[in-house]
Design a protein around this ligand. Structure first.
Ligand code: BEZ
Ligand code: FE
Length: 297
């Protein structure tokens, strides 16, 4: 097949999109069809390779459940999720260049967000009895991009345990190390959780096979996830990464941003800043989240 025949075929498919198709859907599908056909032509795709791709995508769908999202993992490991996150932030920057530049950077949500975490009071300890991991006390403030406190901002927090295992990965386990809490009237927040450790993204499915074929490792640097929101502001989905940990420069999902790397300051056992007495070493972490104003309608 010549290049011009390949182009004709792609254009014939595009021409079948009906007049009543949603304009944005038309735009996205037109580009997708062109790129797909160009890709097939460029690599001279063979029937057995095409079938292997179909089987791979079928297996990816079959690996999904209410506790596992293999397609998000595929998108994450191919860097597509971060490309979408980056475009979204660039869009915010264009719409409000003066302030968006100072908003906290976003990163991937990942496959382990679980809607409906319990609402807990400020200062709560997210660690359940027996959860692995060294204690860490998180404090900080939620402000707008001008530094004004956002009273009652909502923080929806989740992480794996100190061994890097998420509750969703353990058969039959309920929510662990997840909570939603509200900042106080000055936007200040504080809570206890653990110091997160590095861990591999799930490799027991088709994405794991893909990574292996690529000769890539599956590790993510230690991090805690947060969604931060406040009325009238662009909601933020981000992480805090532990400075000095491994894989900060080779995250399997390309999610690290320098501005999200924070110090976990180590303390000997004793009385913590909130008066709690610790019998083991603990860490303190401080971070200010800045939310951009919602674009004017
Ligand atoms: C996570 O951080 O939870 C995660 C993100 C992307 C892929 C796999 C895991
Ligand atoms: Fe994670």
């Amino acid at each position: 097949m010549s290049a011009s025949e390949a182009t004709d075929l792609a254009e014939a498919v595009i021409a079948r999109i009906g007049d009543r198709a949603d304009p944005r859907f038309r735009e996205v599908m037109t580009s997708l069809i062109r790129h797909l056909h160009a890709f097939v032509h460029e690599v001279d795709l063979r029937p057995d390779e095409w079938l292997a791709a179909v089987e791979f995508l079928t297996a990816t769908g079959q690996a999904c459940s209410d506790r596992r999202q293999e397609f998000i993992l595929l998108s994450d490991t191919l860097g597509v999720s971060m490309a979408v996150v980056g475009l979204d932030q660039a869009r915010a920057l264009r719409s409000d260049a003066a302030t968006a530049r100072r908003a906290t950077e976003a990163t991937v949500q990942g496959p382990f967000y679980w809607e409906g975490a319990p609402d807990v009071p400020l200062g709560c300890d997210l660690r359940a009895e027996g959860v692995k991991g060294e204690p860490a006390y998180y404090t900080g403030q939620v402000t707008d991009t001008a530094g004004r406190p956002l009273a009652g901002a909502l923080l929806d927090i989740w992480s794996g345990d100190g061994a890097g295992v998420y509750d969703m990965q353990v058969q039959g386990q309920g929510m662990t190390l997840r909570a939603r809490l509200r900042a106080d009237a000055e936007g200040h927040y504080h809570f206890w959780s653990i110091r997160p450790s590095e861990y591999p993204v799930p490799t027991d499915g088709p994405v794991g096979v893909m990574l292996k074929h690529m000769g890539r490792h599956a590790m993510r640097p230690g991090h805690i996830h947060l969604k931060v929101s406040a009325d009238g502001h662009v909601p933020l989905t981000t992480h805090l990464f532990a400075r000095g940990g491994r894989y900060l420069d080779s995250d399997a999902v390309f999610g690290v941003r320098d501005s999200l790397i924070v110090d976990y300051e180590r303390h000997e056992p004793g009385v913590a800043p909130d008066g709690r007495r610790l019998t083991q070493p603990y860490y303190t972490v401080h971070y200010r989240f800045r939310l951009a104003p919602s674009p004017a309608r």
